[in-house]
Design a protein around this ligand. Sequence first.
Ligand code: PLP
Length: 394
Amino acid sequence: MDIKSFIPPQRILMGPGPSDVSQRVLDALARPTIGHLDPAFVDMMDEMKQLLQYAFKTNNELTFPVSAPGSAGMETCFVNLLEAGDKVIVCQNGVFGGRMKENVERCGATPIMVEDEWGKAIDPDKVEQALKANPDARVLAFVHAETSTGVQSDAKTLTELAHKYDCLVIVDAVTSLGGTPLEVDAWDIDAIYSGTQKCLSAPPGLSPVSFNERAAEVIRNRNSKVQSWFLDLNLVMGYWGAGAKRAYHHTAPINNLYGLHESLLILQQEGLGNAWARHDLHHQALKAGLEAMGLSLLVNEVDRLPQLNAVVIPQGVDEVIVRMRLLQDFNLEIGAGLGSLAGKVWRIGLMGHACSVRNVEYCLQSLDQVLGDMGVIEKGVAVPAAQTILTSAA
Ligand SMILES: *Cc1c(COP(=O)(O)O)cnc(C)c1O
């Protein structure tokens, strides 16, 4: 066996996540591992909570990163808030709403599905009809930013509706956190989960979550034990909770937490509002470039996510060849379509550290070459169109 150390290639990550990780965050990851009960580490945990509260715009005590990727944050919300026999209204307009349904079923609860077309936002009228028709429902669950389609739904309105009908909300903010306006306290969101590898630009493997007092009360007053020992918040809080004794529950992923701490610090230093504005501006520039070369976006303008652009694949183009050339010749990763959009769209991410002038121009230039060689776009016009947007904003 002649196995050498693994040295990954240098890529530019403009897919649906993971996104580019900055050198500052990579440096933080490489700092010395210390004990997860070390007083210095515990001080870092307190700061982590403050930084997460800032990013979520919440004062919720119960705010911390689950020690596993976004899917584990999703599962944490469902297994802690649901008990067998509960009824849950689940909105689905893409891949991730389908995973919520799976979670509900595996808790022994009953999902009531409210479906919208892939590429469209969740329709609040349909949600209200479902809430009216199911007065015994306890929870409304929906995805704020559907990464599979590039759509954002109106989390504020959906949360208001849920509360009007006495339901709690569970919100998937894996792709929205840090990239697009999200206000946990002002919108009165009860339970929310996110991920680190999308707009926070830290490596995957952690899932920030936050629960308000209403949700915490439900968790404390359960009739049955949470089915997952690892994700049971009543136990995890002995380590992460306010004034907790930092009792051993599981070994925290120490170095990964250094990375998240640094990426949240970068977000706080930039300012949340500035980060949202940066995502919007670079999306406008990318869109101008794509449209100039003759490509179009899947989602209508009002529902578009700036950080995830679903681009319609032109007729007759073998989309796999395009993505392979981008990766091999340009070290650029963009995403394929998922589920019913496979083969129909590419997904270009502008997330966190990857959302920059340099990346917008590089992506447009690379597409210009690859699609230009195939003769399916107008060459040489994309980058100037993007620059017009960027300079008029400067
Ligand atoms: C990426 C993503 C997830 C899953 O997160 P993982 O970190 O891959 O487990 C869940 N929901 C949405 C909307 C996502 O984009």
